[in-house]
Ligand binder design. Sequence first.
Ligand code: SAM
Length: 464
Amino acid sequence: MEYLPVFLAVENKKCLIIGGGGTALRKAKLLARANANLLVVSQQILPELQRLLETGRHQFRLGDFLPADLDDAVLVIAATDDEALNRRVSELAGTKNIPVNVVDQPALCSMIFPAVVDRSPLIVAVSSSGNSPVLVRNIKEQLETMLPERSGQLATLLGRFRERVKEQLADFPSRLRFWEAVLDSEVPELVYSGNVNEAERRIESQLAASVSTNFGGEVYLVGAGPGDPELLTLRALRLMQKADVVLYDRLVSEEILQKIRPDAEKIHVGKERFNHPVPQETINEMLVRLATAGNRVLRLKGGDPFIFGRGGEEMTSLLDNNIPFQVVPGITAASGCASYAGIPLTHRDYSQSVQFLTGHFKDEDEQPDWSLLAKANHTLVFYMGLLNLATICKQLRDHGLPAATPAALIQKGSTKSQKVVIGTLSSLPGKVARANIKAPTLIIVGEVVKLRQKLNWFQVDKVD
Ligand SMILES: C[S@@+](CC[C@H](N)C(=O)[O-])C[C@H]1O[C@@H](n2cnc3c(N)ncnc32)[C@H](O)[C@@H]1O
């Protein structure tokens, strides 16, 4: 972060503006809304600005800037066309540690103004750290349409209850749950439709009920998809904001983890092929223990929790311990990788069925019945198959699939590191060995792989 976003209290404090044109007027209006005491110094002052300054507590002087103008100021704005003057103001303010903004000269600023969506007392500030004012305006416009006009009234109403809620619900987790329950209820809608009295009554009764409520813990078993954070479901995102503790897998990317509520505790319980730092039984026990202690626990898994994700085992253990839970499906690697590689898993001309399998088997006994898999017009998707790629391709050939059957291996599908290796059952293992491939990878076998030639839409180097 280049700038620290803060909200500054300027009520009844002196703010100095040097300059009397249109920019000075806009800044003066903003500061006046925050009840600052303005001093404007300029050779000339726009009539509209003068009218504003003649109301109430403000002052202005027609003339030159004097260093003494800075005395007691908590904020300075230089809004003149005179570069030398702007620089002098900036330097003098710097020596006195007064935050200074020089309009359109970021190098001379120790503070910048954000764009503001004002639903006072609710305020949203947007900044691109000076990079793109048009982008900021765009985002501000979106926020203006998204935020109901009366959201400030809602903030005021909730603020009126804050102290009482603090007194009645002593611990922070209970207060958090209470406020979340209020915001999940019909209270916001009542305020937005102008029915503040009824909203107030509802909060009163929720508060009365909550004193005797024991807020228990629960578990959210959530699929995080194959990697691209934009493939998270809306429900996954909502629960990521709610959870107190998160147990996440190795395949959940850093970008996705950043979307979790910042103060939630994050625990990595990922498993790798030859490295199982946290055994499954321990994960099951942790989920039960953390939820029993009253936490909302997010169990975040790559892809979909019910596809090669051991979600069923974790659910069974929760059920055995009477822990409430919910399951949120995610986009499984087969769907995510196939889409981002431009390989439809079924197609009227090439494949009428698709099968998801694990390619992780240690010996012959664990291997699938290959004769059932080696079928025409059928797509096979192998998860965890990188180390057994050669065996998979050979077995399918030995059991009847032509050596020229198209096959693909997709590394880290849907992410910036996606790589796709295309070959046939005879050529793919060699090509993969030469391609410096890293897990996780997915293997797709079948005529549908041919379609990638036409349908390859996802350009990794175009991802930012
Ligand atoms: C333990 S399984 C978990 C599967 C997950 N539950 C799902 O629905 O996608 C892990 C395997 O999923 C596959 N996988 C997951 N994400 C992937 C990705 N982005 N690209 C390629 N393969 C992926 C790999 O085969 C990896 O070894």
